[in-house]
Design a protein around this ligand. Structure first.
Ligand code: NAX
Length: 326
């Protein structure tokens, strides 16, 4: 089996450090698929990246057939099949939202030309770095020759958080929960929707029997989970983010593992009234390495309103991002 080349940007960061061994253990592409990791960092983190490489050597992973570690985006993107964009600029004390946005969208504008020029023509990308949806939008805009289906952003962590909360509430294994949806932005305006979800094959609302909880505390717990983890750990989520990146790519590339649908931030085609071209999280189904937006779900008035709130925020983010790049 030929090795698959997987790019991780920001590879010496928290999520990169958690993700590299997961990929090398087969959690992203399966237990038989050899991989070559392409690790990109910025020059100030080059020494830390050397340390990560030493550890990857020392772990002697059977599936790891090579590592390309570099600070040059063109070298990092060369011939990659999968690209996980995790590198980004963190929000620091005193920084305005616009400053963070400006730093990050500039990174994604500049890496767009490298991935477009050097990756395999059928590369699959997932953007994790925040603002994830808008960074993915910028990546697509500045890589105009790339297939719009090649660029996605991660909302699978939010999806998995929903599964975890429902499973815990019902006292069942995570595998019993299916069909939950994250709509919109990977931010606190996201809409975690349980209306199409099931526990052990029965509607979530019938099993939980507590609509006030499902429409109240449940939603805010999922929306604010990232902040709760920072408050407890003094660091943002890393192991759950890395694990969700593996789930996102594995379900996209390898298969759905019997799931009804998964949440992915994808380029909108206008489905459910969402502006075409915006990167919005939808329920998706993947087959033969292609995702498609699940069509025809019944959307009630309350859901419509919540989907619209997060849609509006993404339109504002897009305009702010574009103004930062002018
Ligand atoms: P870290 O600050 O630990 O790591 C980021 C790494 O990116 C650093 O090592 C830095 O040197 C590198 N970097 C900066 N600019 C770069 C560039 N131009 N090219 C390549 N690398 C560059 O952050 P970490 O905790 O790993 O989080 C990474 C990103 O994920 C952040 O933007 C974070 O907000 C975002 N998250 C997104 C999530 C999602 O579900 N979409 C959840 C987790 C996480 O909060």
């Amino acid at each position: 089996m030929d090795p698959v080349r997987v790019l991780i940007t920001g590879a010496a960061g928290q999520i990169g450090y958690a993700l590299a061994p997961m990929i090398a253990r087969g959690l992203m592409l399966g237990p038989k698929q050899p991989v070559i990791l392409h690790l990109l960092e910025i020059p100030p983190a080059a020494t830390a990246l050397e340390g990560v490489c030493m550890e990857l050597t020392d772990a002697a992973f059977p599936l790891l057939h090579g590592v390309v570690a570099t600070t040059d985006p063109d070298v990092a993107c060369k011939d990659v099949d999968i690209a996980c964009f995790i590198g980004g600029f963190p929000r620091k004390a005193g920084m305005e939202r616009k400053d963070v946005m400006s730093k990050n969208v500039s990174i994604y504008k500049s890496v767009a030309s490298s991935i477009e020029a050097h990756a395999k023509s059928n590369v699959k990308c997932v953007v994790v770095a925040n603002p994830a949806n808008t960074n993915a939008y910028i990546l697509k805009k500045y890589a105009p020759k790339m297939d719009k289906k090649a660029i996605t952003c991660l909302t699978r962590l939010d999806h998995n958080r929903m599964v975890g909360q429902v499973a815990e509430k019902c006292g069942v294994p995570n595998t019993e929960v299916d069909g939950v949806i994250v709509w919109g932005n990977h931010s606190s305006t996201q809409y975690p929707d349980v209306n199409h979800g099931t526990v052990g094959g029965k509607p979530i609302r019938e099993v939980v029997k507590d609509d006030a909880y499902l429409d109240g505390d449940f939603v805010s717990t999922v929306q604010k989970r990232g902040a709760a983890i920072i408050a407890a750990r003094k660091l943002s989520s890393a192991l759950s983010a890395a694990s969700s990146v593996c789930d996102h790519i594995r379900n996209w590339v390898v298969g759905m593992e019997g799931k009804k649908f998964v949440s992915m931030g994808v380029v909108s085609d206008g489905s459910y009234g969402i502006t075409e071209g915006l990167v919005y999280s939808f329920p998706c189904h993947c087959k033969n390495g292609e995702w498609s937006i699940v069509q025809g779900l019944d959307i009630d008035a309350r859901s419509k309103e919540l989907m619209e709130t997060t849609h509006k925020e993404l339109l504002e983010e897009r305009d702010l991002a574009l103004s930062c790049l002018e």
